[in-house]
Design a protein around this ligand. Structure first.
Ligand code: ZN
Length: 240
């Protein structure tokens, strides 16, 4: 073997083992994965008295990063491109309801999941939103660090801003793992929040019609104080 070849072989061996080489050789990988975030997750595991190098945890930082990026992808989503070409002008002014939309979010106080169902209604003035876009709108706001009240309001405000309807109603029922996993009482309870705008706020009959259609009369303030007190105990207002 010639000296030149041996030198070349040595070069490739050392390059192969250096992370700088891989940063150059696999730019796609380094773009997808953020080494600093993975280091933080490794440190977090160590702080939790774990060994980040044991076999089961070796790839955990990469997986956690990927999961967190997905679960917070709403920050970079653009509402207008989500609703792209799905706002239609209509001559229709009856209530439009989309109920039982599944959603998953992370509470901003504990970074633990809260999840459940979202029910949305609006009364169009001149425009409607394509029905398939409404669950995607919910995803944009739920895939962030949230509190349930803000999530509810953001969905209602966005529909209001985009199609200027005569009214918008959003009701969210959710289970908060920060309540049920941490040994807080009421492990099976859930929180209910609502946002009522326009006709849904001003007209009790319209509001009742919506709540009747989603079978959730208790979401009306004053009708069932019990669930509203549960709501205030959930992560919606909690600090510890
Ligand atoms: Zn929480």
């Amino acid at each position: 073997m010639s000296a030149a070849f041996r030198a070349l072989a040595r070069f490739w061996r050392s390059s192969y083992n250096s992370s700088a080489f891989w940063a150059w050789a696999a730019p796609a990988e380094s773009e997808i994965y953020n080494v600093r975030m993975q280091d933080l997750i490794r440190k977090l595991l160590a702080e939790l008295h774990e060994d980040p190098n044991r076999e089961g945890l070796r790839d955990t930082p990469k997986r956690v990063e990927k999961a967190l990026k997905f679960l917070t992808s709403g920050y970079t989503a653009d509402i207008d491109s989500v609703l792209n070409n799905a706002l239609f002008t209509v001559d229709y002014s009856e209530m439009v309801i989309v109920k039982d939309i599944d959603f998953y979010s992370l509470c901003e106080h504990h970074l633990l999941p809260f999840f459940g169902k979202c029910h949305i209604a609006y009364i169009p003035s001149t425009k409607v939103i394509g029905l398939s876009k409404i669950p995607r709108l919910v995803d944009v706001f739920s895939r962030r660090l949230q509190v349930q009240e803000r999530l509810t309001n953001e969905i209602a405000d966005t529909i209001s801003a985009k199609i200027a309807p005569l009214g918008v109603a959003v009701v969210i029922e959710a289970t908060h793992l920060c309540m049920s996993m941490r040994g807080v009482e009421k492990q099976n309870s859930f929180a209910v929040t609502s946002a009522m705008l326009g006709a849904f706020r001003d007209n009790a009959r319209t509001r009742m019609e919506f709540l009747e259609l989603i079978k959730l009369r208790s979401a009306v303030p004053g009708l069932a104080a019990r669930e509203w007190s549960v709501a205030t105990e959930a992560c919606v207002a909690e600090q510890d």
